[in-house]
Design a protein around this ligand. Structure first.
Ligand SMILES: Cc1cc2nc3c(=O)[nH]c(=O)nc-3n(C[C@H](O)[C@H](O)[C@H](O)COP(=O)(O)O)c2cc1C
Ligand code: SF4
Length: 660
């Protein structure tokens, strides 16, 4: 069916290879699913195949390492295909064959290595390690560089021999090893691989030339960060000023040089680990934030520019294509959140696309920072396609869901889709629960998008929803359901012990963010966790005068906060000169505002119209005990059960529904 997005479904070429449309999956080296990637196990295959079924024209793997000799073997990262080429080839051929059935193409990344952003890896010059800045890396010897280049070339050769359609060289981005070679900040070598621009580019040149020599006209993409947004090691530049990494001018020079070497396309983005919120931007970063930079690259070269990073919006992609800012769109996290992004766009139903909320929790933090199995906050099947094949319940249940927040809505959605009979009861006059407060625009607009998505999905599924209906245990027992989900949510903690907690200036974070209580022009936010910092920034962006009070020596130091979110929130608060009173606790809310006390006992009054309390959440009273012993299966889900986040609410709901 023809629709306004048709231009996004015209083919483009990467070298000799034709990609059927403009949608490419973003490479994601997700530990946990990639496994060894020697054998392309069923979960890996199913993950990629699901994205091919979803309509992506190009599927690119996450990082695959070329090195089998120099970098230490770390089980966190997948093994190099060169460890066992025969096994790799067999698995790759099988996957390519199946991916081709959907008309998609399959490229593999080949990485020279990580350098200073991994523990114990060597880099172009001695550099502070990203994770342990007081540890200095060892410089690669000339011979090691040559061997590493050779391994990347041999890896590309293996890809070609395995039927893989192209290679993406990983990566002159995110501050990985090749990026370190190209940037003056990280390359202080005095041999032919350091110093002048030509010398810093030499490794890349030799890799591309090597692949050309051995693989002929094989398609080559380079992943390239156009600008680093770095002030110093481990210090980002929010505004892009005082650039110590790659400037846009040098980024464009790199583009031109790569075109000269014979590279077929550039997959562009921005940022490095040091400026992680540019590399892997949270929702605070506007969508399409780097499009104007991509347009500059597009003007400079004649090879396709594939635009990544916060491009998960079909209208944004269409406009960028029409304005000539990019040729194709690289969707990483949006392809996790909804593998069917292109198909829904092509069908003219973009509103059906489940939005990635840019939380960085499930995909990147769980694996990289918490050492847990990754997933996607909003798509419980992502990376679990094998564990959760689509199914219908053999014995449909009558289900009552109490509470229409995210957990309740997910339980309703998945249960109806699996064939259960569902009635959802919500005591207020609207669905969404805490999503309403959490989905503040512009910082977290995608949480509101998610709320709207759920409501549309439930409408399309003809869900039976009763608003303004408070359920009691008696009413539930009288209705004789087989299963009850209690998704009764949580409320802001408002300690009675604080003098003035009932003062008219005192407002809970939930009420302030939902807009159910007015917030004046000068605001004190009490509680510097992630939510408190987001609340503070939300009102700063509304032009209010905001101070933040936190009892601990630093903000966001108690609960886990994804490092990209934390870094960006801190930099935004610094940029907007938000006074942050760490090591202070709230003593009293009074007519002047907030009386606070430092850990040394010094008191100070912060003049404010409103004092917003963001010191935690407490589960709402549950009906669980009242329902016991009535032959009904009762499950508590969402923030009423365990404090957490959208990930836990969605995953708990889906897991239980799936196994009913
Ligand atoms: C979990 C995760 C793993 C990633 N791994 C890789 C990788 O292996 N290779 C790569 O080039 N980029 C990698 N990236 C970066 C993404 O491809 C992409 O540039 C980034 O997520 C921003 O784009 P998005 O807004 O479309 O997600 C990774 C990102 C995430 C979230
Ligand atoms: S976990 Fe969060 S950031 Fe990652 S893909 Fe899912 S919604 Fe997006």
């Amino acid at each position: 069916m023809s629709n306004k997005y048709q231009e996004l479904f015209t083919p483009f070429k990467i070298g000799k290879v034709t990609i059927k449309n403009r949608f490419c999956t973003g490479p994601m080296g997700i530990s946990g699913i990639q496994g060894s990637l020697q054998d392309w196990g069923p979960n890996v295959q199913e993950y990629y195949l699901e994205r091919a079924r979803g309509g992506f024209g190009l599927i690119t793997t996450g990082v695959l390492f070329a090195d089998t000799e120099i970098d230490p073997f770390d089980p966190k990262y997948s093994k190099a295909p060169l460890y066992n080429p025969a096994v790799f080839k067999k698995g790759a051929q099988h996957l390519v064959e199946r991916i081709e059935a959907y008309g998609a193409k399959f490229f593999c990344q080949a990485s020279m290595g990580l350098g200073r952003v991994a523990p114990g890896y060597k880099s172009p010059s001695p550099l502070p390690n990203y994770y342990m800045p007081d540890k200095i890396t060892t410089a690669l010897t000339h011979d090691e560089i040559k061997r590493k280049i050779d391994q990347v070339v041999r890896t590309a050769q293996l890809y070609k021999n395995s039927g893989v359609h192209g290679v993406e060289i990983h990566a002159v981005h995110w501050g990985y090893l090749l990026d370190q070679f190209v940037m003056t900040m990280t390359n202080h070598r005095e041999d032919e691989y350091g110093g002048s621009f030509e010398n810093r580019m030499r490794v890349l040149k030799e890799i591309v030339e090597g692949i050309r020599q051995t693989c002929g006209d094989y398609s080559i993409v380079v992943r390239l960060g156009l600008k680093s947004y770095v002030k110093a090691f481990n210090k980002a530049s929010l505004t892009g000023e005082e650039e110590a990494g790659r400037t846009l001018e040098e980024g464009i020079r790199v583009c031109k040089e790569l075109e000269k070497y014979g590279v077929d396309a550039l997959s562009v983005d921005t940022g490095t680990y040091d400026s992680f919120y540019y590399a892997c931007p949270p929702s605070y970063m506007p969508k399409g934030h780097a499009l104007d930079l991509y347009a500059k690259a597009k003007e400079a070269v004649n090879i396709p520019i594939m635009a990544g990073s916060r491009m998960g919006d079909p209208d944004l992609c269409l406009k960028a294509l029409q304005q000539g800012k990019a040729d194709a769109f690289v969707l990483a996290r949006p392809s996790l959140a909804d593998p069917y992004f292109p198909r829904k766009t092509e069908r003219g139903t973009p509103e059906k696309i489940r939005p990635c909320i840019g939380c960085n929790y499930g995909c990147i933090s769980k694996a990289n920072d918490l050492g847990e199995f990754p997933g996607c906050a909003v798509n419980p099947r992502a990376l679990r396609e094998i564990e959760y094949p689509e199914k219908k319940a053999a014995f449909p249940n009558d289900i009552i869901i109490v509470g229409g927040g995210v957990a309740g809505m997910e339980a309703a959605r998945s249960a109806i889709m699996m064939g259960h009979k569902v009635k959802l009861y919500e005591k207020s006059d609207h669905l969404g629960g805490e999503l309403l407060a959490a989905g503040n625009r512009p910082l977290k607009g995608e949480v509101s998008d998610l709320n709207e998505w759920y409501q549309r999905e439930l409408k399309d599924l003809n869900a039976e929803i009763h608003l303004n209906t408070e359920m009691t245990a008696e009413k539930i027992i009288d209705a004789h359901p087989d299963v009850v989900f209690l998704a009764q949510g949580a409320s802001s903690v408002m300690p009675r012990s604080i003098v003035g907690i009932d003062h008219e200036k005192s407002v809970s974070a939930l009420d302030a963010m939902e807009g159910s209580k007015p917030v004046g022009d000068s605001v004190v936010v009490v509680g510097g966790g992630e939510i408190g910092c987001e609340v503070a920034m939300h009102f700063v962006l509304q032009g209010k005068k905001v101070s933040l009070v936190e009892a601990m020596p630093d903000v966001m130091s108690v609960e886990f906060v994804p490092r990209q979110c934390k870094q960006m929130l801190k930099d935004m608060m610094e940029y907007h000169n938000v006074p942050v009173y760490t090591g202070h606790k709230l003593v009293e809310i009074n007519d002047s505002g907030a009386l606070i006390e430092s850990s040394e006992g010094e008191r100070k009054t912060l003049i404010a119209d409103t004092v917003i309390m963001s010191i935690g959440m407490r589960p709402n009273p549950s009906l669980k005990e009242d329902l016991a012993g009535n032959g009904i299966d009762v499950y508590e889900i969402g923030s009423g059960k365990r404090q957490g986040n959208i990930y836990k609410a969605v995953h708990d709901a889906y897991e239980i529904v799936y196994n009913l």
